[in-house]
Design a protein around this ligand. Structure first.
Ligand SMILES: Cc1cc2nc3c(=O)[nH]c(=O)nc-3n(C[C@H](O)[C@H](O)[C@H](O)COP(=O)(O)OP(=O)(O)OC[C@H]3O[C@@H](n4cnc5c(N)ncnc54)[C@H](O)[C@@H]3O)c2cc1C
Length: 410
C-alpha cells in the first residue's frame, strides 16, 4: 500500500537547499539594485546559467519529479530570493515549455538551445500571447498568421503586449489567429527566430513591481517565418482545425477540447502559486525577525498579541497556500482530474496570501517597512503581480465557480 508522507525525500531536500543557497547568496543581495535599475539582471542570469539553474535541463529535472513537487519547490525558493530577478531567470522556461509541450523533436532541438544561449553568452526567450484588447479575454486576439503556400512561410501581423522579455528575447513564441471562425481553437503558436525582420519592441513598461523583469510590447509587421516555425507542424494544425470545425458543427462535443485546455492551465497555475508563496515567505521571515528585535515601550514589539497574532496568521496562511499548491502539483503528475479546479484554487489563494502577507509585513516594520532600506516594501510591490498574470484572481474565481457548479457563471 502506498505510504502517505508530506516529507520531502533526501534528493528533494538537497535540490531545495542548493536552490535556496543560490537565492540567498546570489539573487537576494542583487535584488534592490536591479529593482532600482529596472533592467534585466544579465549578470545574475549568467551566474544561474553557470551553476545550471538557468537551463532546460534544470526545468526538466524538476518537472519529472514523480511527486510533482520539484517545480513548486524550485519556484518558491527562487522567488523567495527576489521575484523580479527570479522571473528574469524563469521567464525563458515559460516560453521553452510551450515548445517542449507542442513542438516537434526537431523544433525542440533547434530552438531551445537558442532560447537559453550558453553560460558565456546567455539569451532569453519570450512568450507573447496577451494583446492590448485581449488580456483575460484571449478570444479577442487579433494578431493574424496567414500561410503563404507558394513560399511555405507564415506572415504574422499584430501587436502583443506585456510580454516578459518581449523585444530583448533571442526567440519569441507568438500566439496568433490562424482560423478566426474557431475562436480560441483557431489559435496557433509560432517560433520567431532571432533577428527576424518586422519584429520590434514597442514600449517597455515602467512597472509597480518585479521591476528587474523586462516587460514590453512586441510589434509584428509582416513578419515572415518559415513553415517549419509553426509549433507542432502544419499537418498537426490542419488535423486539429478540421476536428475543431467538425466539433463546432456537432455542438457539445467541443467541450472536450475546452476541458483539455483547462486541464493544462490547472496543471501550470500551481507554479505561479508557488512563486507567490516564495514572496510571502520572504516577507514573513523579515517581519518575524524584526518583530523579535524591534523594541518599543521597553519590550520587543512581538510581545504584543496584536503583532504576534498577525505573524501567526501570516505563517498559517503561507503554509495553507503551500499545501494547496502541493496538492494541485501532485494531482497534475498523478493524472487526477481537477474536478474542483484545484490548480486555479492554489493560484488564487497563494496570490491573495502574498498580497496580504507582504502588506502586513510592511505594517509590522512601521516606518522602516515603508522605506527601501528594508526589502518588504519591494516584496509588497512585487506581490501585486500574482493576482494579475497567468489569469487574474477574478478569472480564477470564475473558473472555480464554473467547475464546482457546472453552471455558465459570467
Ligand atoms: C508584469 C507582467 C508580465 C506579463 N507577462 C506576460 C507574458 O510573458 N506573456 C503574455 O502573453 N502576457 C503576459 N502578461 C499579461 C497578463 O497575463 C495579463 O495582464 C492578464 O491576463 C490580465 O489581462 P489584462 O491586463 O488585459 O486585464 P483585463 O482582462 O482587462 O482585466 C481587467 C480587470 O477586469 C477583470 N475581469 C476581466 N474579465 C472579467 C470577468 N469575466 N469577470 C470578472 N472580472 C473580470 C480582471 O480580473 C481585472 O481585474 C503579463 C502582465 C504583466 C503585468
Amino acid at each position: 500500500m502506498a505510504e502517505f508522507t508530506m516529507e520531502l525525500n533526501d534528493d528533494q531536500k538537497q535540490v531545495r537547499d542548493w536552490i535556496h543557497g543560490f537565492a540567498a547568496e546570489v539573487i537576494r543581495p542583487a535584488a534592490a539594485e536591479w529593482d532600482e535599475r529596472e533592467e534585466t539582471p544579465w549578470p545574475v542570469i549568467q551566474e544561474a546559467a553557470k551553476v545550471g539553474i538557468y537551463s532546460l535541463d534544470f526545468y526538466a529535472q524538476q518537472f519529472f519529479d514523480p511527486t510533482g513537487l520539484g517545480i513548486p519547490m524550485a519556484m518558491e525558493e527562487l522567488f523567495w530570493g527576489d521575484a523580479g530577478i527570479a522571473l528574469s531567470i524563469v521567464g525563458t522556461g515559460l516560453a521553452a515549455i510551450g515548445v517542449v509541450a507542442n513542438g516537434t523533436e526537431e523544433q525542440i532541438g533547434t530552438w531551445i538551445p537558442q532560447m537559453y544561449g550558453t553560460p558565456d553568452d546567455v539569451k532569453v526567450a519570450a512568450f507573447c500571447s496577451s494583446e492590448p484588447d485581449a488580456g483575460s479575454d484571449v478570444g479577442s486576439m487579433r494578431t493574424r498568421a496567414v500561410y503563404d503556400q507558394a513560399k511555405d512561410e507564415w506572415v504574422l501581423n499584430g501587436t502583443k503586449t506585456w510580454a516578459t522579455n518581449g523585444g530583448i528575447a533571442n526567440v519569441h513564441i507568438v500566439v496568433a489567429v490562424v482560423d478566426p471562425e474557431l475562436g480560441t481553437k483557431g489559435h496557433a503558436s509560432f517560433i520567431v527566430p532571432p533577428n527576424t525582420p518586422g519584429l520590434s519592441q514597442g514600449q517597455k513598461f515602467k512597472k509597480h513591481g518585479i521591476r528587474a523583469s523586462h516587460t514590453a510590447e512586441v510589434v509584428l509587421e509582416d513578419v515572415r517565418v518559415p513553415g517549419s516555425c509553426l509549433l507542432g507542424g502544419k499537418e498537426k494544425l490542419d488535423e486539429r482545425l478540421a476536428r475543431a470545425h467538425e466539433r463546432a458543427r456537432a455542438g457539445g462535443a467541443g467541450e472536450r477540447v475546452k476541458n483539455a485546455a483547462m486541464a493544462t492551465f490547472e496543471a501550470s497555475r500551481p507554479a505561479v502559486g508557488a512563486m507567490a508563496v516564495g514572496t510571502a515567505r520572504a516577507a514573513y521571515e523579515v517581519a518575524l525577525d524584526y518583530a523579535k528585535t524591534r523594541t518599543q515601550f521597553g519590550r520587543p514589539i512581538i510581545d504584543n498579541q496584536g503583532i504576534a497574532f498577525q505573524l501567526a496568521d501570516m505563517r498559517t496562511s503561507i503554509d495553507a497556500a503551500r499545501l494547496l499548491v502541493w496538492r494541485a502539483s501532485w494531482m497534475a503528475v498523478a493524472g487526477k482530474p481537477f474536478t474542483s479546479a484545484e490548480g486555479s484554487m492554489s493560484k488564487l489563494f497563494a496570490s491573495e496570501v502574498a498580497k496580504k502577507v507582504t502588506a502586513q509585513a510592511v505594517q509590522i516594520l512601521g516606518g522602516n517597512g515603508f522605506t527601501r532600506e528594508y526589502p518588504v516594501e519591494r516584496m509588497h510591490r512585487d506581490s501585486a503581480i500574482y493576482t494579475i498574470f497567468e489569469g487574474t484572481s477574478e478569472i480564477q474565481r470564475l473558473v472555480i465557480a464554473r467547475t464546482i457548479s457546472q453552471m455558465p457563471i459570467r
